[in-house]
Design a protein. Structure first.
Length: 176
């Protein structure tokens, strides 16, 4: 992935389209979202939202992060739409990237937790986004972000613990 290439969002998205499509396939397969959207539809909807906005994108890594965040918003909007149509709670869930056997997380709950975490620590929220939405390993997240692997591991452990506390409703957790 090239860095330092400031450019138009459409051109940057085109340059990293294959990687973005891979991410969309992973999201659909892992997150139980396949009921309503196909990977191409998810990516296309995210692309329309991104290109239609007034974005300042630094490079391909930044574009992929924005694409992943936008895909999450698309899934949440789709879950809300489906929930409203059926008058029931949304049923889109996601798995922990390093422990698929762990309890699934409602994507709406994950989004609320990420918004809260971003208010406490944007750095930790970014690691969660890289791991959950981009599906990156610790090593891949380090390469994509330019943050040392050791720091990614520490932030991942702290952010994971914070998320678990938040999702369990144990008051306002703190990042250590």
């Amino acid at each position: 992935m090239e860095t330092g290439e400031q450019g138009e969002p459409a051109a940057l998205l085109a340059a990293c389209y294959d990687e973005a499509r891979r991410i969309a396939r992973v999201v659909i397969a892992r997150d139980g979202a396949g009921r309503g959207l196909q990977a191409t539809e998810l990516l296309n909807e995210a692309a329309l939202r991104l290109i239609g906005g007034d974005l300042k994108v630094k490079d391909q890594a930044h574009m992929l992060a924005l694409t992943a965040r936008t895909m999450r918003r698309v899934l949440i909007d789709e879950a809300r739409k489906n929930g409203a149509a059926k008058r029931q709670a949304p049923a889109f869930v996601t798995a922990w990237p390093d422990d698929p056997a762990a309890a699934l997380i409602d994507i709406g709950d994950l989004d609320r937790a990420l918004v809260a975490l971003e208010a406490v620590s944007p750095d930790h929220a970014r690691i969660i986004e890289l791991r959950f939405m981009l599906g990156l390993t610790v090593e891949e997240a380090a390469a994509a972000s330019g943050i040392p692997e050791r720091t990614i591991k520490r932030r991942w452990q702290a952010a994971r613990a914070w998320l678990l506390d938040f999702l369990d409703g144990n008051g306002e957790p703190h990042i250590h």
